[in-house]
Design a protein around this ligand. Structure first.
Ligand SMILES: *Cc1c(COP(=O)(O)O)cnc(C)c1O
Length: 382
């Protein structure tokens, strides 16, 4: 099996049979001519059901998350949340129960709380780091354990292999939101997870120019059910968006290496700064889950969070003082971003078990010159 970067550039992306174009064309088309009724060319009928540009991305995603596993199936969606919604409505039915992280992405929590719960899906929150409380949260009705690792925004790390055992012992599936790590740093399906979820908006796209999502299921039957539901529900990725994500993926490995390097240097600065309280980064030897992170990740990623000693107002002020670190939501692009989770990305979980500290600042460390990033932060911190 080829190495990661080779798969990122070539998997699903043979030169176009018609012209030899080395990049899969953007098949901006809704329907396909049939050779007689039902005579589909390569199975293409209508672009909600199938589109060659999307197919190329999906094959690439499956090759990155589950190299060499023939049963794995990738599916691309209009957004990360569209992927999550399709997954939830495929594998769950009213009366079922799920275990979700107590510091999940705010939108994921909102989906379970405001959409799935009224539909009849109960949830229990548990810390992804606490295997006992995850096991204790399981009930006979639990069909799914949903884990994000590292988590957003507190960068907790869950032991994927150990949680997979808990899930399977209880007859549940394990879903991993792999958005923060990307398949370059972590491949949950090889550690026992059943489905991986992505917001391809983030590291996979990598350039803050597209919103998209993906699922990769390791089991062919589940993959087929997900494909059926996506076609029935309609939350597909369009051809141009699929093409943008595929273009981003080609440089995922080199970008992630630089994200890792830059983040490590930013963490050094923050750790030594008198205005900064606790720093959250799985690469820190002092991080409580550092050993697990080392075991299951190739690197520690570009996301860093920290508390500002002087409190909420100082944290808010800091977010407006940087110039290279742009104040904004989202993450995973080549450009560095800064944000205040309590008032921005995690405002929707305020007052819930997922509420985050009000003095918390989150960085998405980009791939600019690290000296420029360090200078920007140092000046803003004062
Ligand atoms: C952004 C994000 C999502 C949601 O994805 P969208 O593409 O915004 O719908 C889900 N999980 C994590 C960890 C995210 O960062």
């Amino acid at each position: 099996m080829d190495g990661f970067n080779t798969r990122a550039i070539h998997a699903g992306q043979e030169p176009d049979p018609l012209t030899g174009a080395v990049v899969p064309p953007i098949y901006q088309v809704s329907t396909y001519a049939q050779d007689g009724v039902g005579g589909l060319r390569n199975g293409y009928e209508y672009s909600r059901s199938g589109n060659p540009t999307r197919t190329a991305l999906q094959e690439c995603m499956a090759a990155l998350e589950a190299p060499g596993i023939e049963t794995a199936r990738g599916l691309a969606f209009a957004s990360g949340l569209a992927a999550e919604d399709t997954l939830i409505r495929t594998v769950l039915k009213p009366g079922d129960h799920v275990v979700i992280p107590n510091d999940a992405y705010g939108g994921t929590y909102r989906l379970f709380k405001k959409v799935a719960e009224p539909w009849g899906i109960d949830h229990t929150t548990a810390a992804v780091t606490d295997l006992d409380s995850i096991a204790a949260a399981m009930t006979p009705k639990t069909k799914l354990i949903w884990i994000e690792t590292p988590t957003n925004p507190l960068l907790n790390v869950g032991d994927i292999a150990a949680i997979a055992e808990i899930a399977h012992a209880g007859g549940a599936l394990l879903v991993i939101d792999n958005t923060f790590a990307s398949p370059y740093l972590q491949q949950p399906l090889l550690l026992g997870a059943d489905v991986v979820v992505h917001s391809t908006t983030k590291y996979l796209g990598g350039h803050s120019d597209v919103v998209g999502g993906a699922l990769v299921a390791i089991n062919a039957e589940l993959g087929e059910q997900l494909a059926y539901h996506r076609n029935a529900m309609g939350a597909i990725a369009g051809p141009f968006d699929s093409w943008l994500v595929m273009r981003g993926i080609k440089t995922l490995g080199v970008r992630m290496d630089r994200h890792n390097e830059n983040a490590a240097k930013i963490v050094d600065l923050l750790e030594g700064h008198s205005a900064v309280g606790q720093v959250f980064y799985p690469g820190l030897a002092s991080h409580p889950n550092h050993e697990v992170a080392k075991k299951q990740m190739r690197g520690f990623g570009g996301m860093v969070s920290f508390r500002v000693k002087a409190g909420e107002q100082a944290a808010l002020d800091l977010c407006s003082k940087t110039t290279l670190f742009t104040l904004g939501e989202s993450l995973g692009g080549v450009e560095s971003l800064i944000e205040h989770p309590g008032r921005m990305t995690h405002a929707s979980v305020s007052g819930s078990p997922l509420e985050v500290p009000s003095d918390l600042v989150r960085l998405s460390v980009g791939i600019e010159e690290v000296d420029d990033l360090l200078a920007d932060l140092e000046k803003a911190l004062g």
